[in-house]
Write a protein that binds this ligand. Sequence first.
Ligand code: HEC
Length: 268
Amino acid sequence: MSVRKKRLILLAGVALGALGGLVAYTQQSKPLDPFEEAMRQREMYLETFGILPGELYVAEGEELFHRKGPSGRTLEACDFGKGPGVIEGVYALLPRYFPDSGRVEDLESRVYTCMQTVQGYKPQEVKREEVRAITFYIASKSSGARIQVVPKHPKEIAMYNLGRELWYTRAGPRDMSCAVCHERYAGQRVRLSPVMSPRQGLGREWPAYRFEEDAFYTFEDRIDFCYESIGIPKPEFYSEVHIALTTYILAEATKAGHSFLELPFFTR
Ligand code: HEC
């Protein structure tokens, strides 16, 4: 798709956002279920543009995936877990241990690593927005896939244990932990939103486009959103905190037999 066409669609998206606001205003007497509301917005996007914002973003990620870096190589030379060039289903297996970097990596940190080691970018040249778009593209190839994060390597097991510890650690000005909300209040609603525990499938809908924020969120972005909401400074992208929590949450989702929803998801 041409850049011009994308711009037109994005511009129209702004107009539609305003329209959505109007609709929300006129209907405010009756609070909508957040999932029904998301489905309604999704239908509106499809009817108006014939394409979802997440699909445009995936197309952007695909272009970046095939762009040559300073080394002359594209991300096709990166091993995401099933060998170089294979991206089908890899998101469902991550985080996992990679011998070449000596680290347990989630998809986002793996993209960040390969843009440096394979493509030759300097760390400061790797743009977060590009990693995000590429993550959307690769994750879209695991849409509906069964989540299969089973820590086996000692470093994977250590990462899982760290994630579990972080999950239960109370911190910040409100002395909160992830578990306080996501387990004690699991199945209930916090500000209209149903709260889930990892065993109930927390994490199976990311990466996603959030229409309320008009923004694209990866799983690391989503974790940051919760950290911010309890007044704890966001951890660095690609850091152990993100990877450990992701390992813990998705390993628990694996035990409960969950699959990813349609990726990238469309949500509020
Ligand atoms: C103050 C309560 C609270 C705390 C503490 C909290 N969360 Fe959340 N979290 C929520 C709510 C509410 C939602 C759903 C919000 C929505 O749908 O927009 C959510 C959503 C999420 C999601 C996305 C779930 C999905 O599938 O839609 C993830 C992932 C998440 N939280 C991770 C964490 C992690 C990791 C921590 C600890 C660092 C944490 N949360 C701490 C309230 C909390």
